[in-house]
Design a protein around this ligand. Sequence first.
Ligand code: 13P
Ligand code: SF4
Length: 333
Amino acid sequence: MNLDKAKENILKAGFLDIKTSDKIDFVKEIIKLKKEKNAVILAHYYQEPAIQDIADFVGDSLQLSYKAAEVDADLIVFAGVHFMAETAKILNPQKKVVLPDLNAGCSLADSCPVEALQALKDKHPDHIVITYVNTSAEVKAISDLCCTSSNAKKIVDSVPLDQPIIFAPDKNLGAWIQKETGRKMLLWDGACVVHEAFSIDKLISTHKSYPNAKIIAHPESEDHILKTAEYIGSTSGLINYAKNNPAKEFIVATEAGILHEMQKEVPDKKLIPAPAVEDNSCACSECPYMKMNNMEKLYLCMKYELPEINVSEEIQKKALIPIQRMLDISSRK
Ligand code: 13P
Ligand code: SF4
């Protein structure tokens, strides 16, 4: 396939929609392409196991942003969702950033269109805006500060007490941060489809089956789930907790992809995914966007260096400011 054809194909589908031969050894070819193209693969913990295993670095949103800011590669291959790849591009405007499937979005980012956030800002001109990184580049460009789940408390605490705050788009993370900091904020009404899918009734009955298990949860989960949790934290926070806590069983309330890395860290412990309301094949909650990426799309996107993430220079410059502020505040002792 020539490049023009490949681009046309991506415009239609958001990814390279060609059937690759079954004979292709994706692992071997991807390793070869990494060397040939001086590429680095950054992957989120929610990616499928094969992608996590071949990545150069696997991490949470904050770790991936730091990594994206320091990589020395010509091609950044982002195995995650669109806002993560966009953040990498904002931090590396001169580098080529590709994402295996452009349709890999995020319900939180979708819940916060830039025009609507601008309208709220206009209504509250005395407020500063803190946005979770799960937003578009345009939204970041009108934000004062960004945060991730692992530094949200620190970022909010860095703002003077008399300064009112708009916090967007995750109302669950926002409500948890309000409790943690004792700070009242104006919360956007957005949520993550994956973390809102947990069933409290099923969680309680799972806990009855494993009475010694500790419940640990991501702060994007709803309050009634968080209330049951022994520990609340980002994906890397959850992995560290399972590693450092002496308990032998954990019920994990976040996207099930995390269990791959967590189990590697605690091979002798029992990890139980928190159950979702709907009965589904994994009896857990999976992110449909994260799972749009697969090894075939990863291979094709490295081979053709498509689909590429592009951000206009004007938006890149504006969006970099709150991201850089976040990274600076976050690295303070
Ligand atoms: P983390 O920053 O904890 O990795 O979370 C990212 C995310 O999208 C959670 O749904
Ligand atoms: Fe977005 Fe939720 Fe998927 Fe994370 S898990 S990418 S917040 S939809």
